[in-house]
Every structure is written in structure tokens, then in C-alpha cells.
Design a protein around this ligand. Structure first.
Ligand code: PEP
Length: 252
């Protein structure tokens, strides 16, 4: 089963409008360097339109970093799925560890958002991953299993097929500590097995599973050769066109 690798940049709460435009323009202009890899840029929501205009007409896709699960209403400060779509987003990151730890998101929240994103035609990038304490306590498999089953509860096989999953060990995010390719592959294989149980092995074989956590151009190639690693969700290194495209090239 061949899956199209996907490399997404999570810009988090960084850059200003001019720098966002400049970075997006550079990535779009050089997107051919990524070959067949699907590229996604996830800027702060207020810059979605700017970035959307900068990448317009290129193969680069736009994504949100978060959204609310309701369609509209009295939710001050929140963004509806249809609003992301309205600005040209095709993807949305859901359940990032920063959302889970700093903003109290649970698997139940992520589940509601995943369903809402799919209903609005967005492709969710559903993030899971264990903390250092959980890994050291040999609980990685149990934690990731609970997160996948909880975040994807009630989804039909057709919906599961549309997802992108990001395995992001919390201890590797923004720390410079990358999981070894073997550690990552082991969890990716576990996730694919879980998707097989939730949907079917045929569906699971089609779902892209990204690795995230201190991916850089110089460690991406070893991750890219693993059979169940289908791309990367990139934080820090996505803020430089050279680094982001260098990672994408490793997955081409
Ligand atoms: C992330 O925030 O999704 C991430 C993987 O960050 P970094 O690449 O900086 O570790």
C-alpha cells in the first residue's frame, strides 16, 4: 500500500504577518523540492488568509492549529470549523499536546472536534503521544491506545480513512530530543493496528501517520525509511523554509 507522505508545519504562536507571508511565499515557490510529498502550513489563525493568499495557486495546503467543535454561537474567542474552511483550510491540527496540557483538552474534546472537522470537510491531524513519565513507566502503549480509541470513538471506517494521525511523544516536542526511528516505528505500528481494529486493516493501511517531535533535516531521513512513518508534523523547524523543505525532501 503506497501512502503519499505528508509534512505539515505547525507554526504555533509565532511570526508576524509580514514574516508569515514571506515564509509561505518561500515554501510555495520552492514546493517542487518536496517532490510528491504533500505540504501543509498551519499558521496562527489570524494569518490564515495572508498565508492562503501567499500559497494560492501552489500545491501547498493550508491548515488550522485548533478549532471549536460547535458550528457557531456564544463562544468568545473561538473559531468554528466552517470559518477555517472558509479561509481555504483543508486541514486542522487537533489534540496537540500543548492543547491537551495547557488548555485542558481531553480525548472527549478531541473526539468532538474530530467529528466536527470531518463534518465541515476538513482533514483532522489528530495528535497523540505519551509524556516522559509515562514512557519511563512503560505506559506508552496503554496511553496511546487510550488516546486513539477515545479521540476516534464512534467514527465510521469511511471517516477513519480520511484522517491523518500524528504521533508526537510529548518529551520530544520542542526539546531537541527526537525519538529513535525504532521507538517511533514501534508506536506507529501500534497505531496502525488500532486503526485496523476501529475500521479495518485495509482502511488502516491507507491512513497517513506522521511523526512529530524535534524533527530536523538531519534526523528526518532515518525516520522516513520506517515502514509506518508517513511524514512529519514539524514545529520549530517549520519556521525556516530551508529546514521545512529539507525535512520534506527526506520524505520524498
Ligand atoms: C509540534 O509542536 O508539533 C512539534 C513537533 O514541535 P517541534 O518540531 O518543535 O518539536
Amino acid at each position: 500500500m503506497s501512502r503519499r507522505n505528508i509534512v505539515a508545519g505547525n507554526w504555533k504562536m509565532n511570526l508576524d504577518r509580514a514574516k508569515a507571508r514571506e515564509l509561505a511565499t518561500a515554501v510555495a515557490a520552492r514546493s517542487a523540492e518536496a517532490g510528491s510529498v504533500e505540504l501543509v502550513l498551519c499558521p496562527p489563525a489570524v494569518y490564515l488568509e495572508t498565508v492562503g493568499n501567499a500559497i494560492g495557486g501552489s500545491e501547498v495546503a493550508l491548515g488550522g492549529q485548533n478549532m471549536h467543535d460547535k458550528a457557531s454561537g456564544a463562544f468568545t474567542g473561538e473559531i468554528a470549523p466552517s470559518m477555517l474552511a472558509d479561509l481555504g483550510s483543508r486541514f486542522v491540527i487537533l489534540g496537540h499536546s500543548e492543547r491537551r496540557t495547557l488548555f485542558g483538552e481531553t480525548d472527549t474534546t478531541v473526539n468532538a472536534k474530530t467529528k466536527a472537522a470531518l463534518a465541515s470537510g476538513l482533514t483532522p491531524i489528530v495528535c497523540v503521544g505519551e509524556t516522559l513519565e509515562e514512557r519511563e513507566g512503560n505506559r506508552t502503549q496503554a496511553v496511546v491506545t487510550t488516546q486513539i480509541n477515545g479521540s476516534l470513538a464512534g467514527l465510521s471506517p469511511t471517516d477513519v480513512e480520511k484522517l491523518v494521525i500524528a504521533y508526537e511523544p510529548v518529551w520530544a516536542i520542542g526539546t531537541g530530543k527526537v525519538a529513535t526511528p525504532q521507538q517511533a516505528q514501534e508506536v506507529h505500528a501500534l497505531i496502525r493496528g488500532l486503526l485496523g481494529s476501529l475500521a479495518s486493516p485495509a482502511v488502516a493501511a491507507k491512513v497517513r501517520i506522521q511523526y512529530g517531535g524535534s524533527v530536523k533535516p538531519d534526523n528526518a531521513a532515518d525516520l522516513a525509511v520506517q515502514p509506518d512513518i508517513d511524514g512529519a508534523l514539524v514545529g520549530g523547524a517549520s519556521l525556516k523554509a530551508d529546514d521545512f523543505l529539507g525535512i520534506a525532501k527526506a520524505f520524498a
